[in-house]
Structures are given as C-alpha cells and as structure tokens.
Design a protein around this ligand. Structure first.
Ligand code: SAM
Length: 496
C-alpha cells in the first residue's frame, strides 16, 4: 500500500500535527468520540467548528471521510505524491479524500501504554450509509477485535501468530509481549493493510499471505490468536472475505481449532473467537468436544450467546448492509434454507481457548457464560489449566493442601431486612470471568479461614466442631463444592 519508509514518514507527520489518540480525543471531546463509535460524524464535525488547521484536516480526511483542500492536506503531511495510493480526488476542485481509514489507537496492558494507528478500509456505514462493501474489504476495529485483544493472555512469549490479521490490530497487541510476531491473511489487501499498520507503528511483523495455517506449515508458536471469518452463510451468496470463509457451516472455525496443536509449542495456546452450529441431535458441548478431544489439549470454551437462526441471519444481513435492499428477502430465505438443509437450529457465539499441555488427561470445560466479564480476563484464561488440575487432586491430597482465598473475592448477603441470618450468601469475583457462587454457612466458614496456613482437612474439621457436625460427613459434603471454587479462582493452592 505504501513503502515502509513512506509510512514511517507519514507517522512522523501525523504525530507532529497532533493526529494521535490523546490530542484527537481532547479535540473531539466525549460527544465527538462517542458519536464516531456509533459511526456518526456530526458530533465530531461540530467539535471541529470549521477549523482548517493540520490536526482538523487530518481528522476530517482520515476519520470523518470528508473531502479536504489539497493545500491543507499538503500543509499537514508535506509532499503528497508518495501518499497517492491512500488518497483519492474529492468531489470539489482541488480537494482530496482518504482512500483508507487511519485511526489513532491507544491501549494499555501489563507492558505499559501503547499509542499508534490502525489502517483499514473506510468504515462503510458512517452516518447511516448502507450498501454492499467490496468482497475483499479489510475490516477496521470492531467489537470482536477489541474482545479478542482483551482475552489474549498477556504473558511474554517467544513467538505469536495472528491468523486472519485484517488491518493488523491483533498483531499490534501481540507485538507488545511477543518477541516475534507472524501475521497471516488469505486476503492480499489485508496483508498490505497490516504491513501499513506495522510500518506506521514501527513494529517488526512477519506478514504472510495464505489460507489458515498454510503460510506457517513449518513454524510453531507459543500463542496463536484468531478472530477468523466465522459467519456461516450459504455457499452461493456473494461472500465477504473478512467475515465468511469458503467452508460449510462452522468448518473454518473447526479447521482453526483442529489445526492448532500441530503449530503450538509445548505450553502454547490458541485463542479464537467463533460461531458454531447448534444441531437438534447433539448438545453444543458434545459437538465441540468432538473437535477438541482428539487434539489432546486442555480447553476452556465459553458460549457467550445463543441465537436462533432468524436472529443470526438478520444480524449478518444487517452487517452486510442489505437492510432496505431488494436482495434482503431473497438472501434471507436462501439462508434459512441453507440452515435447514444442515439441520442447524441455532448458533452459538463464543470464545475457544486450547492449551497444549501434553497432559495425560486433558481437561475440557464448556460453559454457557453470557455474563459480564472484567479486566484481567486474559489472566483468568492463563490461570485456568493449573487451577483445573488443582481442582482434580485426589481427596487426600486436597485435604492435605493449604489454600488462600483470592484477594478479589467479595461476599454478598441477601435476605429480608432485620432477619437474623441471610437467606443467601454469594461469593463474587469481580475480575476476569466475573464468576459468582452461592455458599452456605459451612462453606463460607471454611473458605473464610483459608489463609494459606492450615491444611484444608484441619479447617473443615474445626468448622465441623463449631457447627456440631460430623467431620467425615462435612468433608464429604464440602470437597465437591470446594473443587469448583478452586477451578474458578476463588481459592488458590499454596505451592509447598
Ligand atoms: C474478522 S476479520 C479479523 C481481522 C482482525 N484480525 C481483527 O481482529 O479485527 C477476519 C480476517 O480473516 C481473513 N481470512 C478469511 N479467510 C481466511 C482464511 N481462510 N485464512 C486466513 N485468513 C482468512 C479475512 O481476510 C479477514 O482479514
């Protein structure tokens, strides 16, 4: 799209003109920014109040998709000739407009604050515009991109892969904690866009074009992340490469999952967003276990949403800009027939994480988890395999172990005002997955005493004494209820 040296020069000019995340946010204000997040440009345009300084010119051109005077753009960016591939003539005389979007982008993580730009195709739905987009459209920042970036386990790694890189947002995040980043995409325009994002941010990303794992056949990774084209649409409809693969139903997500273990280093992980088909004859958990079990990896799969076929079809017809067009009804009907022919009665939307732990007995967990998640979710994914294994210790080992109550756990009591005892005590962990669990008096007493000093067995016996209960019976009652608390991070095993 642009040679790397030109892109770096462009980044210098963007920064010098104040076209960076903080100064642009300050200029546009909350209403302007929130408007843009809703794809409405008017609040931001009003914040600029007709100004023509370099920062305003760049905001108009690269964020609001407005025509700007060529002379003003040259004043902001210098010689425009090398930038011709990313500019187009405007409607008026001596005006230009941006051919792509360059969005100031900032995020913070355990490695610190990061600030830069993301390149992508122009957002097609600004100001309520509708209409089809080009088949090889390169997606900019989407809610799904942000979700995957938040889920990604943040620990430093040697090598990481962004499969289906689009404009390079995941590669940009990975570059903060991976020594080497490879980014792949089937769409050559996406590869070029990721190259531009990487060059603007002076990131070293190895970009390779090709389908799925083909470009990395000979490589292995500590971390693979993918926000793949998971939309399950009929084969004859015109497909958008950024959201639909050429596979039947959820075949592409399945291929990402089943192909991962061969490209993961020992201890490595795959994190992928997906849509999966729900069929009448099989629970979704069993169907997905059929993909994961043979890999021998541990897995944590969270189904965040379950849509009926109609909701699903309407969602993606709207996303494709087909609402209000002549095609809408025929595409809708065709899609329903397609789902019927495959026996699809619903669609699950969620997150799959695979851990290559080479364990004798892999742990597979499938949850319906529609609840709000919290910062630190990447850490929660990272903690899962060890916690799940600790939760499966034999009874004797668990009773001999010492545990601590997680620092983030809060206790909520519910009951009638003035009543002597609460009707419900709920432990809530407002971190990571945001798990919550109801505990009774005995479980609350034992967990509350878990300070890493006394073995669990002694604590249970002491509580049995206090409650006048039989010690063996209380151990038998509490152990199965303590195990999920360990797996979900309410309790941690103290290493000895
Ligand atoms: C939903 S976009 C994700 C873009 C970006 N990674 C993000 O998180 O926003 C999916 C990307 O996968 C690419 N893609 C489609 N089919 C593919 C395939 N078979 N192999 C690799 N990439 C593919 C598309 O071109 C698109 O860029």
């Amino acid at each position: 799209m642009l040679p790397a040296s030109t892109a770096r020069h462009l980044a210098d000019r963007l920064r010098a003109a104040g076209y960076a995340f903080d100064p642009v946010s300050e200029r546009l204000g909350t209403a302007g920014l929130e408007g843009l997040a809703r794809n409405a440009t008017i609040p931001a345009a009003r914040a600029l109040a007709g100004a023509g300084d370099p920062q305003a010119t760049l905001i108009r051109a690269f964020a609001l998709q407005q025509d700007v005077p060529a002379a003003a753009l040259a004043a902001a960016l210098g010689d425009l000739e090398p930038l011709e591939p990313i500019l187009r003539p405007g409607d008026g005389p001596d005006t230009l407009r941006a051919a792509i979007e360059i969005r100031p982008y900032a995020f913070s993580d355990t490695a610190g604050e990061h600030d830069g730009w993301l390149a992508s195709d122009l957002t097609p739905t600004l100001d309520g515009r509708i209409g089809p987009v080009r088949d090889d459209f390169v997606l900019g920042l989407s809610p799904a991109s942000v979700t995957l970036a938040q889920l990604t386990m943040p620990a430093p790694v040697g090598t990481a892969l962004d499969l289906g890189c689009g404009g390079g947002v995941q590669a940009m995040h990975l570059a903060t904690h991976a020594a080497e980043v490879v980014a792949t995409d089937l769409n050559p325009r996406a590869c070029a866009m990721t190259a531009l994002t990487a060059a603007l941010n002076a990131l070293d990303v190895d970009i390779r074009q090709g389908s799925l794992y083909e470009p990395v056949e000979a490589d292995s990774f500590d971390l693979i992340v993918s926000n793949p084209p998971y939309v399950m649409s009929p084969p004859d409809a015109s497909r958008l490469v950024y959201r639909e693969g050429s596979f039947t139903a959820d075949g592409l997500v399945r291929a990402v999952v089943t192909g991962a273990p061969a490209r993961l280093r020992p201890g490595g992980a795959l994190q992928v967003l997906g849509n999966w088909a729900i069929t009448a004859d099989q629970p979704w958990q069993e169907r997905l276990a059929g993909w994961i079990d043979p890999t021998g990896c541990d897995a944590l799969v969270l189904q965040r949403e379950l849509l009926d076929p109609y909701e699903y079809i309407e969602l993606w017809l709207t996303d494709a800009g087909l609402v209000g067009t002549d095609e809408y009804r025929s595409r809708y009907a065709e899609w329903v027939d397609y789902f019927d022919s495959l026996g699809i009665v619903g669609v699950g939307l969620g997150w799959l994480t695979l851990y290559r732990n080479d364990a004798d007995q892999p742990v597979l967990r499938f949850d319906d988890w529609p609840h709000r998640t919290h910062p630190g979710i990447g850490d929660a994914f990272a903690a899962f395999p060890d916690a799940a294994r600790a939760a499966r210790l034999p009874d004797a080992d668990l009773l001999a172990a010492t545990l601590t109550l997680d620092g983030a756990v809060a206790s909520e009591s519910l009951g009638r005002p003035g009543a002597e005892d609460p009707e419900h005590i709920v432990y809530r962990r407002p971190a990571g997955f945001g798990r919550a669990v109801e505990v009774d008096t005995a479980l609350a007493a034992v967990t509350g005493a878990c300070d890493g000093e006394l073995p669990l067995g002694l604590l249970i016996d002491a509580v049995a004494d206090l409650l006048d209960s039989d010690e063996a019976a209380l151990r038998g009652d509490l152990l199965p209820r303590l195990r999920p608390l360990i797996e979900d991070g309410f309790l941690h095993l103290v290493a000895r």
